[in-house]
Design a protein around this ligand. Sequence first.
Ligand code: ADP
Ligand code: MG
Length: 451
Amino acid sequence: LWDRVLERLQVQLSRPTFETWIKTATAVQLENNCLVIDTPNPFARNWLQKYYIKTIADVVTDILGHPVDIYITTSGSEATQGSDRSDYMWPSPVVTQIPEPTPTHPHRPTELNSKYVFSRFVVGANNRMAHAASLAVAESPGREFNPLFLCGGVGLGKTHLMQAIGHYRLEISPDCKIFYVSTEQFTNDLIAAIRKDSMQSFREHYRAADVLLVDDIQFIEGKEYTQEEFFYTFNTLHEAGKQVVLASDRPPNQIPRLQERLCSRFSMGLIADVQTPDLETRMAILQKKAEYEKMRLPRDVIEYIAAHFTSNIRELEGALIRVVAYLSISGLPMTVENIAPILNPQTEPVKATVESVMTAVVEILGISLEDLKGNSRRREISQARQIAMYLIRQHTDLSLPKIGEEFGGKDHTTVMYSCEKIAALRDNDVEMRNLLRQLSDRIHFTSKSPE
Ligand code: ADP
Ligand code: MG
């Protein structure tokens, strides 16, 4: 069966796509209408899951004459880590997500990202104290450092540390009630409780925590009612000797419009900051990330990436993913010469054409050109169309009405709406940001090398 599937896919997909993502995968099992496809690494798994599973499912259904469930695994140890938001783009009725692993801890809250554990956290001069304090809190919660207030700039590991406390605490004490919430979530729960007249259960819920982890507490700024309620939650937990951990992009006394009493509560334990990492630490982070993703990277490549992304670890990781994706699409070897142009995009804008953008979208997202230009409202198609409009707007001089014409005569307001929508996603969603970069790289690549 798999050979026949491959044959079909080879025709349907572009060569680089096929070579990179499909040929490296193998079908390991077909039983009870369930097809298991194994991929060489977690990265390939995510990629297939996200962009090609629909195409594969269609082909398999066509060959067998009935739909099957498709599971994509990777033979690496992290085969079933489903914590990535892989349901993001191409949901399909015949496709089932990889089943969650049987949790080692029955109480492990699903909100914790399984990757944010201490063993994956690289300790450097920039975060030594925050790391030590976090460990201490996980080992003996509710003692010296209560609350523990982690602060520091965006993408420097606060959320990672905070969740690592949760994971480690659960390992030590599996029955412990760990609550991880963003400040936004806390606020939303509160509003919902007020609407539904269920304040009692809201309070009971939050006050039952053994360890309460509240992320991005700076967003409580100016929200009087949330501050009020949080003040009581905090006090109740604190008096009962329960641990509170807060994360913020700045210290308590620099959060504007924060009630004085909350500010003093937040400062009564330990305030530990995370700074930007030095080169050594950045290299160690990349190294560790590459190991977990089962990617082999030459040392000079690691050094090069680390040297170019200095202020934000999330961007550092994004750069790594981008390099790997680009090189696998283009088939080039992993060398500094090859990655430099990807990381230092030319200042002069790439001259792209409508065709090159559409080709990139069609190839990478695995949909047909007719669909892209057509009127289908299926979610994956209409989103691909919006992405294409956005990219054409970015990479060419075409006016909104002209772009509309390229898509079978759509109105310019539709084009404008699409561009705005994708721009908003780009600003708020890492996955979208990575996807757009990948597409831009691909456009760049095809525009430069006439095929
Ligand atoms: P913040 O909450 O401070 O904005 P995050 O905790 O979300 O930052 O970290 C951003 C990314 O960087 C995450 O993927 C995280 O795993 C990674 N990261 C941050 N610090 C480290 C570190 N010291 N070691 C390994 N990975 C890290
Ligand atoms: Mg965070």
